[in-house]
Ligand binder design. Structure first.
Ligand code: ZN
Ligand code: ZN
Length: 253
């Protein structure tokens, strides 16, 4: 975890002067420190789902404690069984956590939506969404801005045969696809039904959807740096120009 990183999911997408954040895993603590050094403004935080590895950094996200910041926090497909605000309140509750979300000083709005909806995050910034295949459900995102597109697809499991056709259509011609490649196809045989995919399934999906750049993401914590170097070599052979995500990596579509 020295070279590839060991924090859980947290991404920033910048569209002009608009900041979009994706997931609030342990990595968002570092991102929060960076954002806290910039002027407070309006931003969106999109959650793929609320499993711990995707929300555990939220109570440690510094801009949430700074007056002047205004956040819309989104999650798809929790409602009507769950409400995002209630889920976060239930996570930040003693003795799991000492203080409730009312400790935050920023203006924070929690929003539930059905996956499949389009969200206009700002003028000219369109966030499309789709349902993924994951226990308790998850939502995939496609951000379109200025003629370019980046997709964030985690956590999801591929079907036993072929590609997820709805997902393939959702990713069509995207510039960048960041994809749940937790396992290899070989490891996956012991992980069927766990809600994650493989780097090889990511190659098949990106090839079929005519994706420009494929990014291998959501590394299994059992995979050390040397293992990930091996994945990087294999994926380069299978789909030249593909990228294995590393902590702090910056991509320009
Ligand atoms: Zn999950
Ligand atoms: Zn996850």
């Amino acid at each position: 975890m020295i070279r590839y990183g060991g924090n859980t999911s947290s991404l920033e997408v910048t569209c002009g002067d608009r900041t979009l954040l994706f997931d609030a895993g342990s990595g968002i603590r570092y991102l929060g420190k960076k954002l806290a050094a910039t002027p407070p403004r309006e931003a969106d935080l999109f959650l793929t789902h609320t499993h711990f590895d995707h929300v555990c950094g939220l109570p440690f996200f510094v801009p949430f404690f700074i007056p002047g910041w205004k956040f819309r926090v989104w999650a798809g497909n929790l409602y009507p069984r769950h409400k995002l605000q209630t889920v976060i309140e239930d996570m930040m509750i003693a003795p799991l956590f000492p203080v409730p979300p009312t400790i935050f000083n920023a203006d924070i709005e929690f929003l539930d939506f059905p996956a499949g909806n389009d969200i206009e995050a700002a003028d000219g910034v369109v966030v499309k969404t789709c349902a993924l295949n994951h226990p308790n459900e998850a939502t995939g995102y496609r951000i379109e801005f200025d003629g370019r597109s980046i997709c964030y697809i985690t956590d999801t499991e591929h079907p036993p045969e072929g590609n997820d056709k709805a997902l393939e259509a959702f990713l069509k011609d995207a510039d960048i696809v960041i994809y749940d490649a937790s396992y290899t196809d070989e490891e996956y045989q012991q992980r069927v039904g766990w809600g994650h995919s493989t780097w090889e399934a990511g190659v098949r999906l990106c090839d079929a959807a005519n994706v420009k750049t494929y990014v291998v993401f959501h590394h299994d914590p059992e995979h050390d740096d040397d293992f990930m170097d091996g994945v990087a070599r294999d994926v380069e052979k299978a789909r030249p120009g593909s990228i294995v995500a590393k902590e702090g990596m910056v991509l320009k579509p």
